[in-house]
Design a protein around this ligand. Structure first.
Ligand SMILES: C[S@@+](CC[C@H](N)C(=O)[O-])C[C@H]1O[C@@H](n2cnc3c(N)ncnc32)[C@H](O)[C@@H]1O
Length: 178
């Protein structure tokens, strides 16, 4: 882990409470489906927070797949482990990090990164890490309601690492540039 600072524990608790309400009205399964996650997939949920999307993705990938739930915040890691244990999901592994994941190169079928990138100063570090771990022709599914469409497209494509393949509602699916 590097030097970047995570939010306070109180901020994290408030955010998790807000996301419980969000998930009630907007099922996390829908976003995970738009990311084209399938049974047996290896998925990186980067900036997983309390794990709404990790839990949903874990149900889809099943026991032959795996979810790496990564976050900078120790409370996120604790909460995801707690939820996984409660649901008896054995296919979720947490990774506490501010950028590097330690995953094997070209090992991930889908990366989901929802509502995370706006708050990160060194976006390029994260995008390079995504490029490194994602398999060719696989999906980086992205949304961030704090960023305008032109900003999202500019940030994700400017380094020549990713290209847009489709967009549904406010969710953008990118793939690696070969
Ligand atoms: C707004 S929350 C979104 C959580 C989750 N993706 C969701 O939509 O439910 C952003 C998350 O990104 C995490 N985060 C912020 N900077 C990070 C970094 N550099 N590396 C990993 N996670 C980070 C925060 O700790 C927080 O849990």
């Amino acid at each position: 882990m590097g030097h970047k600072k995570s939010q306070s524990n109180l901020d994290f608790k408030c955010m998790s409470f807000f996301f419980k309400i969000r998930d009630f009205f907007k099922s996390p399964i829908k976003k995970v489906e738009k990311a084209k996650i399938k049974q047996g997939d290896f998925v990186l949920d980067y900036g997983c927070g309390a794990g709404s999307y990790s839990m949903a993705a874990a149900e889809i990938v099943g026991s032959s797949g795996k979810i790496y739930a990564a976050d900078i915040h120790p409370s996120a890691i604790k909460e995801v482990n707690k939820r996984a244990m409660k649901k008896n999901l054995k296919n979720i592994e947490t990774v506490q990090t501010d950028c590097k994941t330690g995953l094997e190169p070209n090992s991930i079928n889908v990366i989901i990164c929802f509502d995370v990138l706006h708050g990160i100063e060194d976006k390029i570090c994260i995008l390079k890490e995504f490029y490194r771990v994602l398999k060719p022709e696989s999906i980086l599914s992205f949304d961030d309601h704090h960023m305008k469409e032109n900003e999202i497209l500019e940030k994700l494509t400017s380094e020549g690492l990713f290209k847009l393949v489709d967009k549904k509602d406010d969710q953008y699916n990118f793939t690696k540039v070969a």
